[in-house]
Design a protein around this ligand. Structure first.
Ligand code: ADP
Ligand code: ZN
Length: 723
């Protein structure tokens, strides 16, 4: 069976190989063994039950609490030609009954369902009467009170066992401590002890932590490195979100805010715009992100300190889900720590102690001089055996970036000593920089020998140095007052017995630049990206469902020029090729021809001789079928394409200059001749480039399918009269 699974992986999903654990999970499920699967976000959990769903005889029920995610998953599956449906409160009653019908008559292989829907009487009964092969419980940690998102309805899922004794149970989640795992096992009555647990290491995330100096300026500088890329900026408060949003918006960035204080519809709209790539940046509080499956988030900025390592990990985890490099920057400010400390001080007892420990782990993580993955993974109970990951700021500062920082250290340490170890970082730096602030003058610290001896560095460089002094254990910070204290080691440095090396740098590591792929043709990438956007908008789905960034990246670096080569691209199987792949193939070939990419790639010879015509295009077939007498519904029945796809094919067909039968197009229209004339007049007036203006001008009274159809008529008619 695993052989068949691999075939589905290659042909339907368009992926070459399984990721670690996927194959084991699939074998276990196909062997009807209950399975607990723990993989980090983006690890590829869905495939583990989706592929078995296609191989098992009955339906796979996926219980999932996230309604938006459900819709997304089902759309993606449908795009791959997989029969999947969902049931939740967001469906209209027509859609709802159509989905129930397709479940009952065995047409659907996967049913996504919210727990509250699952336990409605009529649904529960309906499910009791059908053949259920697998029950997958997504976000399985919700079943445990020890998890971070307990949902009591999850406790009832075990009841399904009774009605479906033969069904295999699969519990999947991205976060479960051993205690939560035991709870899941027990509460679902899992009959086997298969626990597949993947590493928490998200290798494609570049981790960087920079001292926070002028946060807005830092964010803008960062954004310049990622023009036109999608990203999330997390802020601590709604107020901060609003103000950063205004700043970025004024600077002309494509940006929207997101927080719980905005009206529901505005929040939803902003999220939607982001998901559909209509807006590149979301500035948000942590309310944003749950249930977002967007795969091409290229960066996450923590403008303020996250609550704890767990939240940090979850928030950065929303980037790079497509496996491509994503950059996660945390701006680390001591002011933020004081803010969090204040909140902690309001707590009591155990809760207070836990919060303090969480904060300390976060500070340790931020101030570490070693590979960042070490403290991060250790926190999650994982042993990290590599010394360097090569994907964090600490690993990327090579020996040549290091210099002798003994003298700056001595200046800094002696300044602390001369002020009796009672001041915090900012004040110490003020003295070193010769500040004329009231506080410095009143304290007569302008009379100190260390006053104004640190002008060779900017304030932010001093902050950065101070972090290194901390991780080198020369200083530590008083928990309660924030004052800096010297350690014994500091005295060795002061006496000149211990030279130290470290980094003197700006607030940014310029090397940490987006570098998606060495061979990437970025002009082509942009062309393909806008093609993707226009296709997605036409069909009304998010662009990444058409193709992921990874797929486009591969296309623009490998430059496939035949269907066969296209099928070798990540994420491209037969069905996706028929649907969209051929359109992109055409773009790539045209681009290569137009720009004479002969000099760049090894494949030039073959590219030059393969004429465009030899590439079989499905829209040709559709157009020819229509012209030879098949109606649109005939073609739908025969090819299983959606009507929208066929209309799109027909548009592609006539764009190459061949008209479609005008009479038969008019026959397909259900509008009265008067109405048709109205629409056609509007096309005369407004052009046929875009449908939206015509739709608006007709006051939304004519639906889009009709507009598509009459546009085909309008263009074909013109082509006929011109020829
Ligand atoms: P999770 O549910 O674990 O967060 P998903 O199932 O959504 O993750 O998978 C994340 C991404 O990984 C998907 O967009 C998919 O493109 C990709 N993916 C999954 N399995 C594979 C594979 N075997 N090869 C290549 N890409 C894969
Ligand atoms: Zn590292």
């Amino acid at each position: 069976m695993i052989h068949q699974a691999t075939e589905i992986l290659n042909n339907t999903f368009g992926y070459k190989t399984f990721r670690p654990l996927q194959e084991q999970a699939i074998s276990s499920i196909l062997g009807k063994k209950d399975t607990l699967l723990i993989m980090p976000t983006g690890g590829g959990k869905s495939l583990c039950y989706q592929i078995p769903a296609l191989l098992l005889h009955g339906i796979t029920v996926v219980v999932s609490p996230l309604i938006s995610l459900m819709k997304d998953q089902v759309e993606q599956l449908n795009e791959l030609g997989i029969a999947a449906v969902f049931l939740n409160s967001s469906l209209s009653s027509d859609e709802y009954s159509a989905n129930i019908e397709s479940i009952k008559n065995g047409n659907s292989k996967l049913l996504y369902i919210a727990p509250e829907t699952l336990f409605l009487n009529h649904i529960y009964e309906m499910l009791s009467g059908i053949d259920v092969s697998c029950i997958t419980i997504d976000e399985a940690h919700c079943i445990s009170e020890w998890g971070h998102d307990f949902r009591p309805e999850y406790r009832k899922i075990i009841g399904l066992r009774e009605h479906h004794p033969g069904a295999v149970f699969v519990a999947v989640t991205a976060t479960a401590t051993p205690r939560v795992q035991d709870d899941i096992q027990k509460s679902l009555g899992l009959k086997s002890d298969v626990r597949l647990i993947d590493s928490f290491d998200r290798k494609n995330l570049y981790l960087e932590i920079a001292p926070k100096t002028n946060a807005t300026e830092q964010a803008v500088k960062f954004l310049r490195k990622y023009p036109n890329q999608s990203g999330i900026i997390y802020c601590f408060s709604r107020k901060q979100v609003d103000s950063l949003y205004r700043d970025l918006n004024n600077l002309g960035y494509s940006v929207r805010p997101y927080h719980a204080g905005l009206p529901d519809d505005e929040r939803r709209k902003n999220q939607e715009l982001f998901i559909k790539d209509d807006v590149q940046i979301i500035v948000a509080t942590i309310a944003f992100g749950m249930g977002i499956n967007k795969s091409n988030v290229r960066f996450v900025i923590h403008f303020d300190l996250p609550k704890n390592i767990e939240s940090y990990y979850q928030e950065i985890g929303r980037s790079g889900r497509d496996g491509l490099r994503a950059h996660c920057l945390l701006l680390f400010g001591y002011g933020d720590i004081s803010k969090i400390r204040y909140f902690i001080s309001q707590k009591e007892g155990q809760e207070k102690r836990i919060a303090e420990r969480h904060l300390q782990s976060l500070i340790d993580f931020a101030e570490t001089g070693v590979c960042r993955r070490l403290p991060l993974l250790t926190y999650f109970g994982e042993r990290y055996s590599q010394e360097k990951c090569g994907m964090c700021d600490n690993c990327n500062s090579s020996a040549k970036d290091l210099s002798d920082i003994t003298i700056p250290a001595q200046k800094f340490l002696s300044c602390i000593k001369r002020t009796n170890e009672i001041y915090g970082l900012s004040y110490i730096v003020d003295i070193l920089k010769g500040s004329k602030s009231e506080k410095v003058l009143n304290n007569k610290h302008d009379e100190l020998s260390t006053y104004g001896i640190g002008n060779e560095f900017t304030k932010k460089q001093w902050f950065y140095l101070s972090h290194q002094f901390t991780s080198l254990q020369l200083i530590h910070r008083d928990e309660e007052y924030g004052s800096l204290k010297l350690t014994e080691k500091a005295y060795e440095v002061l006496k000149g017995d211990l030279p130290i090396t470290g980094k003197i740098k700006d607030d940014f590591d310029e090397k940490a630049r987006a570098n998606i792929s060495e061979n990437l043709d970025s002009t082509l990438f942009e062309i393909l990206r806008s093609k993707r956007k226009s296709i997605a908008d036409k069909i009304g789905i998010p662009p990444y469902i058409v193709f992921s960034d990874k797929t486009l990246t591969e296309m623009s670096s490998i430059l496939p020029i035949s269907k066969k080569e296209m099928l070798g691209i990540h994420g491209l199987g037969e069905i996706k090729f028929e649907k969209y792949g051929h359109i992109f193939l055409k773009e790539i070939i045209e681009y290569c021809d137009k720009n004479d990419v002969k000099e760049t790639g090894p494949k030039i010879e073959s590219r030059a001789i393969i004429p465009i015509e030899t590439v079989k295009k499905s829209f040709h077939t559709t157009g020819e079928k229509f012209n030879s007498g098949n109606s649109i519904s005939d073609i739908m029945a025969e090819t299983k394409y959606k009507k929208s796809t066929i209309l799109k094919h027909m548009l592609d067909y006539i764009s190459e200059g061949t008209p479609l039968s005008t009479d038969r197009l008019l026959n397909e229209s259900t509008l009265s001749p008067e109405k048709q004339k109205l629409v056609l007049d509007k096309f005369d007036e407004l052009g046929t480039e875009k449908l939206a203006p015509v739709y608006d001008a007709l006051k939304n009274k004519v639906d889009y399918n009709e507009l598509h159809l009459l546009r085909l008529y309008h263009i074909s008619k013109k082509l006929v009269s011109e020829s």
